[in-house]
Write a protein that binds this ligand. Sequence first.
Ligand SMILES: C[S@@+](CC[C@H](N)C(=O)[O-])C[C@H]1O[C@@H](n2cnc3c(N)ncnc32)[C@H](O)[C@@H]1O
Length: 430
Amino acid sequence: MSLLPESSIIAAVVQAYSEKAKCGSNNDVQKVTESVGYSPTDLASIPAAAQLGLGCGSPVNAANLKEGEIVVDLGSGGGIDVLLSASKVGAEGQAIWIDASTDMIALARSNAAKKGLKPPHVAFVQASLAESLPIASNTVNCVLSNCVIKLLSQGGKATLLKEVYRILKPGGRIILDDVSGCFPDEPLQANLTPRAQILAKQPLPDEIRNDLTSYVNCISGSIQVEEYQQILQAADPQFLETKNDLRKVCSGVNGTCGVAPKPKFDVNTWVASYQIIAYKSTEIEDTADSTPVATLLRWWDAYPKVKSCPAVLAPEALANLIRGGSGEHHFAVVDVRRNDHAGGHVRGSDNWAAQTFYDDLPKFLEKYRNTSQVIFYCGSSAGRGPRCAGWYQDYLNEAGVTTSKSYVLEGGVKAWLAKYRAEEDLVDSD
Ligand SMILES: C[S@@+](CC[C@H](N)C(=O)[O-])C[C@H]1O[C@@H](n2cnc3c(N)ncnc32)[C@H](O)[C@@H]1O
């Protein structure tokens, strides 16, 4: 049982991997990636920057992904398994990245952009694996994880596997590999083979469990195979088939960020590498109706969090702008509703649906770059309006554009119609 508070473990681990995200890749790290089971052809199909040498297996190989399937990768790092999965599930399928690290999500997004991949085909969701997954129940065909589960506390592991069980469709599968810091100046061929998962050979003493350094190196959090099976069975007694490949692990050698700290003990005395594959029973009572459910609970989780906080514009101020009849480039009003826009809108609004707005930002900027006030709204300007306004302002800031500025219409169209419904110069009916 770990004596470290869970929040300290998570913060230390995520911080350590954020640092690794900034380290980049190199030939040696790419050799490590190949040595854990990825095919050179697969690796050549994704950006080198996605190969951080942080995995000790290649779960995608064992996943047997099919066109149209939905796959979720837990603790996805630079996105290696998400990018490979995306090509296997095809345009009709979906590959979802989940990780808590801000630097990893930035790296993974940039790797996906190099391949022209975007939501919904791939989605990058920044979330903690220690909390409920932001994924709808019974919607996922396959869950992957490569060198991550050991990083969670004992309770966190059990909670996560329950969540995995919840999100899987009946008959869905999990493929869990785990990774240690194995780098090229160790005898790779002897020590590191495909399909490796670190599990403890014998119970770990607290002095090892509580050594944060080794936690980050995926060792202290290791549990014994039997404990793993208990956790799986607690999630569901019908969670079928575990499969173990015992492998030696190594750590504490040269990586892209110099020398990783060597643990003070021989890791191979305590831990070994495994892969676990398990299936959710197909005999789950199907209580859901047949309406297709979106896999992400919140569509906006697939896009970056908004950083800026655009100013709010009162309806009276917008009415003055419209009635003032000032120049064409002075202001624009943007309705970001999609299917719920019946009942009227602000006269002269342009419609850009929030759900696709982030991907449309380049086009949007082209159109509004010289419009000094761009005023966004949705139903009550509490969700989609401010979000799109924030994304636009962030985009302007990143591009260094100062000729346009983002605003949110206070109270959205509801407040507008409540005030001006009878005034034809201010309202367009649908
Ligand atoms: C060893 S790396 C593996 C990365 C990737 N799976 C690969 O094979 O390259 C572990 C990843 O898990 C993420 N991670 C660790 N603990 C996490 C947590 N509690 N919640 C979300 N992500 C976590 C880290 O940010 C890191 O990207």
